[in-house]
Ligand binder design. Structure first.
Ligand SMILES: NC(=O)C1=CN([C@@H]2O[C@H](COP(=O)(O)OP(=O)(O)OC[C@H]3O[C@@H](n4cnc5c(N)ncnc54)[C@H](OP(=O)(O)O)[C@@H]3O)[C@@H](O)[C@H]2O)C=CC1
Ligand SMILES: Nc1nc(=O)c2c([nH]1)NC[C@@H]1CN(c3ccc(C(=O)N[C@@H](CCC(=O)O)C(=O)O)cc3)C=[N+]21
Ligand SMILES: [Mg+2]
Length: 292
């Protein structure tokens, strides 16, 4: 058996195309241009690549892209002041502060300062809480992108056994919430999980979000399972995920590649969330229909 490759790159291009269509209508019919501000503190090279491609895609969709690059020794007060300015800026509908932040800056404090309505990452506690109780929220981009690919590939997810490996606030936990919202039976595994291989072997859906190259191997996978690889690991062999792609592809029913899987979907969902935030801010119907 050879798994279907879930082409996140192509899926994301289609989603960005839809975003661009909605943006064009917002501009033409209402004179409103959705605006996204990205804040990068310090000079992490991987973050730089990511922030740059985000800015390029934001502009390509017809939106306003504003980048704020601050030195690594920026104080927390200066960062909070910038967030407050962006909160008050009517041209900005979405704010993303790139994580991780340098040591000495309280990440939770910064995220709590972003207006929930502009929190296109979905990391503010009020969005986290709204997602947990199943109410209208801004949904984190990476898990949202994973759900869109799963729905496209499997249709209805009801009743499927899903195992998420990794319990971070930005990927694992919201991923588990969204799968629960799709009526999956969800297991959230982490570094203290006993017999991880045995747990994963029961899964119809496996989402790997750990940050360990090629951790998930073919012998962990139930034949025919759908495997979503969130991991981004830079190794001597290049960019690899958390899944041993070649081995797992021989057993799974479908798998996302790295690169070209979850990553591009994350950026496309960020643009979609920005359009949603813009429409909500202006009392307009939400064309994307992706959020709760
Ligand atoms: N494609 C994309 O768009 C994105 C990709 N990423 C990538 O996804 C990966 C995960 O990111 P993130 O969630 O921020 O990572 P974190 O480092 O915040 O969390 C990693 C999680 O993996 C768990 N873990 C670590 N070791 C093991 C192990 N041996 N067995 C089982 N679980 C383990 C940890 O468990 P514990 O809690 O017990 O410590 C933790 O919950 C990274 O490679 C990152 O680069 C992240 C965001 C977006
Ligand atoms: N506030 C915040 N929000 C985030 O969403 C966020 C963040 N901080 N910090 C870092 C992680 C990581 N992340 C990625 C997004 C896209 C790709 C991506 O497009 N990857 C390409 C490859 C890019 C390359 O070649 O490096 C791919 O997988 O095909 C990767 C990683 C978002 N994150
Ligand atoms: Mg992290």
């Amino acid at each position: 058996m050879t798994a279907d490759i879930i082409d996140g790159k192509a899926f994301a291009a289609g989603l960005r195309n839809k975003v661009a269509g909605h943006v064009a209508r917002l501009v033409a019919d209402h004179g409103i241009t959705p605006g996204l501000a990205v804040v990068l503190v310090g000079d992490d090279p991987a973050s730089d690549v990511y922030v740059r491609s985000k800015g390029r895609m934001t502009k390509a969709a017809g939106m306003l892209s504003v980048e704020h690059r601050l030195p690594a020794d920026t104080t927390q007060d200066d960062l909070l002041a910038l967030v407050a300015r962006l909160n008050a800026d009517r041209a900005i509908h979405g704010i993303l502060v790139q994580l991780p932040l340098p040591k000495g800056i309280d990440e939770a404090r910064v995220l709590a300062t972003i207006l929930p309505a502009k929190d296109v990452d979905g990391f503010h506690i009020s969005n986290v809480g709204l997602l947990a109780v199943g109410q209208r929220a801004m949904v984190p981009c990476t898990p949202l992108g994973c759900i869109l690919m799963l729905r496209e590939h499997l249709g209805d997810l009801s009743g499927l056994d899903a195992v998420v490996i990794g319990r971070s606030n930005i990927v694992g936990k919201p991923m588990a919430q969204l799968l629960l919202g799709e009526n999956c039976t969800v297991t959230l595994a982490h570094s203290r999980t006993r017999d991880l291989a045995g747990v994963v072997r029961r899964a119809d859906i496996v989402v790997a979000a750990v940050g360990r190259p090629c951790m998930v191997t073919a012998d962990w996978i139930k034949p025919g399972a759908t495997v979503i690889d969130v991991g981004i690991n830079r190794t001597d062999a290049g960019l690899v995920g958390d899944v041993d792609f070649a081995g797992v592809a021989a057993v799974a029913g479908a798998i996302t590649p790295v690169p070209g899987g979850v990553g591009p979907m994350t950026i496309a969902c960020l643009l979609a969330n920005t359009v949603t935030a813009c429409c909500r801010a202006n009392g307009l119907p939400e064309p994307m229909g992706l959020t709760l």
